[in-house]
Design a protein. Structure first.
Length: 341
């Protein structure tokens, strides 16, 4: 059965705008019989997107390692001994070269990630040069640089940044068990700055960190209740890296991962839902289930930031088997309203 808050309602558009996904309603979605859940996710997906198109984003770590934060999943936190070295910020030329290579293999968006708590002004200026140069190639641009101070989002926007990735990562109650050096409220502040500067928001989270189903429902509800909800929603399955506190966490049941993707699709109908970290360990069949559940974006190219991702060739073979096509540069996305569908 459809949860109460997700049922079609007959209220005025203004009242609909205020509609809210309760944690209980998302939990009810997650508990739906698998076939019914996939069917519903497909219905929502096909209403808003070409059913067989998948958007391809390539990641590049422009500043690797040495991060002062304590995110319990992250191989780039200086305090954990993971073997990731602290490297300097890349040059603009190196970044453009990598972006060009990503474009050549078919990516439409290029995402630059930095292992910072947040960018210093001098570094931000260099990143704006990277954004300008990548944009000039004709790619969509995305950056994930940590927390932003007043005025920094505007500088990125002015340089041509299309998306800023900043994840909630975990639901508000579980968050404190994973990260203590940055509150979730600080993340919400950065997201507001990004929105106010007119940059599209890419915001999602990680599952498989030992959270409960209620906690996964809480994360999805929190994302869906952002007003407007994010244009891009990365759903990461924890990549367990030796040396991080979360290494050795019992693995999430993979049907539960698919259910989480479906819940993101149903609660955020117009968002690009990205099947993100963790794909390297997923079978073709599992990924196909994620696409059926409404995922319509992936990270493409053999590396995420510091860990592996499937080879581009393997993804092309999977796309050929499933009849999927890479999405061209996305049409201008409406910011998502909170209307369930
Ligand atoms: N330092 C910036 C920040 O934290 O906002 C940007 C880079 S950070 C690596 C971006 C995101 O990558 C994190 O918010 C987290 O969701 C994801 N991530 C990092 N390590 C991961 C892992 N081991 N498994 C899954 N996702 C991970
Ligand atoms: C996101 O949600 N996932 C990406 C991207 N945004 C920046 C990062 C995944 C990182 C996985 C671990 C690593 O490769 O270091
Ligand atoms: Fe630093 Fe980002 Fe890793 Fe957290 S997720 S430790 S902020 S690089």
């Amino acid at each position: 059965m459809m949860p109460q808050s997700a049922q079609q309602n007959t209220r005025s558009p203004a009242a609909q705008k205020a509609q809210h996904w309760t944690v209980a309603a998302v939990e009810a979605l997650l508990a739906t019989p698998f076939g019914d859940l996939i069917f519903r996710a497909q219905q929502v997906h096909r209403r808003h997107f070409a059913a067989n198109e998948v958007q391809l984003s390539t990641l590049l770590s422009i500043k690797t390692g040495g991060c002062p934060e304590d995110c319990g999943y992250c191989p780039q936190a200086a305090r954990y001994h993971t073997g990731v070295e602290n490297e300097a910020l890349m040059t603009v030329e190196e970044v453009v070269q990598a972006a060009h290579a990503a474009q050549e293999i078919g990516a439409s968006r290029f995402c630059m990630g930095a292992a910072w708590r947040g960018p210093k002004q001098r570094d931000l200026e260099k990143v704006t040069r990277m954004v300008r140069a990548v944009k000039a190639l004709g790619l969509e641009t995305c950056a994930t640089l940590g927390m932003l101070k007043d005025g920094q989002a505007e500088q990125l926007k002015e340089a041509g940044l299309d998306y800023y990735n900043h994840n909630l990562d975990a639901d508000a109650d579980f968050y404190g068990e994973i990260i203590t050096t940055r509150g979730q409220g600080e993340r919400l502040d950065t997201l507001e700055k990004v929105r106010a500067a007119g940059i599209h928001v890419c915001c999602g989270g990680i599952v498989g960190m030992g959270e409960s189903r209620a906690s996964r429902a809480g994360l999805i509800a929190q994302l869906a209740n952002l007003d407007p909800y994010p244009e891009s929603v990365p759903i990461n399955n924890l990549v367990q890296v030796e040396g991080t506190p979360l290494y050795g966490t019992p693995k999430l049941d993979l049907f539960e991962f698919v259910r989480t993707v479906a819940a993101a699709r149903i609660t955020m109908p117009k968002a690009m839902v990205r099947l993100s970290a963790g794909r390297e360990d997923m079978s073709s069949e599992l990924q196909a289930l994620c696409f059926l559940a409404g995922a319509n974006s992936i990270f493409y190219g053999d590396k995420l930031l510091t860990t592996g991702n499937p080879e581009a060739e393997r993804d092309r073979e999977l796309f050929a088997k499933l009849g999927l096509k890479p999405m061209a540069i996305a049409r201008k996305q409406d910011p998502g309203s909170r209307i369930p569908d």
